[in-house]
Design a protein around this ligand. Sequence first.
Ligand code: SF4
Length: 419
Amino acid sequence: MDFERIREKLTILADAAKYDVSCSSSGSNRKNTNKGLGDSSGMGICHSYAEDGRCISLLKILLTNHCIYDCAYCVSRKSNDIKRAAFKIQEVVDLTINFYRRNYIEGLFLSSGIFHNPDYTMERLIAVAKKLRLEENFNGYIHLKSIPGASDELMRKAGLYADRLSVNIEVPTISGLKLLAPEKDHKDFIKPMEKVKNEIIQYNSEKKLLKTVPKYAPAGQSTQMIVGATGESDKDVMYSAVHYYAKYNMKRVYYSGYVPVLEDKRLPALGTAVPMLRENRLYQTDWLLRFYGFDVRELLNNNHLNLDVDIDPKLSWALRNLDQFPIDINKAEKRMLARIPGLGMKSVNKIIQARRYRKLNLENLKAIGVAFNRAKYFMICDSRDWEKRDLTAEKIKSMILQNSQSKYQKLYNSQLSLF
Ligand code: SF4
């Protein structure tokens, strides 16, 4: 093996893959069988994230950064004058196995530029996963990117070897896609998603009836959207996410702040800051929709097109709906408890458990872990001495921000001080 050449390829193709954030590896339960290598079951995959939230626990590379397309937002676009490289199938297999044995990684995240055509590229991605599973008996985690436009038959095969499949929708709106990637057809993203969804449904129903059914993408499918490349609002982004969750049973939708790497008049100028805070607010919103019982229309609508940057979306909603507060900690149903700023679902469940035995007061809530400095404006409990009910939304917000330890507040303040 020419190690220098492999090292060079790795540098190029790992760097090109870093813009894809959809590499979380949760949800798989593949067991180590037949004395094989690796085990992605249960806690077998450790999630490791860089400070900016990006996953670092997988070998994350492109098979190639050659591409026949010219998507404006992509560093691998064909018109970009960059160094190109392509791995051979066996090279990716060897790298994965070697890195796994050295404990550097828990699995593989493999994507690719499109060379020749979508099916040709997809076949090669599948060939890597198939070799790992069948020849190397590798039971670690594999996330394969699905190539838009790949055939149904290939999508079926891909799910037999991968734990997770994903097709990145990339641009949240169809009009944005037309502007930035005019060669691509929205339908080419939808078709493989639809196929994966149907295969997963079939797998789940067959496994209830049959003793042994070949696994099909046990960690489900995900997608990713770039935010900040077109003028889309947070409402556009989140309505689109809700659509993909509902229609294609997405396990996760990822939001990736656009990193300006190319000069193009359709895109934000080089040097424009990556919208990290916006990305964070979108993830918080996503969380509220999936676990806190919020409807997207409550958080974003025509009167509120974008999330507040200085406060989180739950606090923002509470301040716009002060008529629904205060909520009685000792009586309210779970759904309403979850709406109190400063209460996470863990605290909500603990409160429900604890209030069976006694009326909860301020001290009890602090012991449970409620962020009282935030929650106190929105709740009542069995202690009343701290209560003040004549505060306006603006006043509450400024008092919370004053006391906030948030790293974002610092960022927000320094941004504001520039003007
Ligand atoms: S098809 Fe994928 S790799 Fe190719 S330019 Fe578009 S986004 Fe980049």
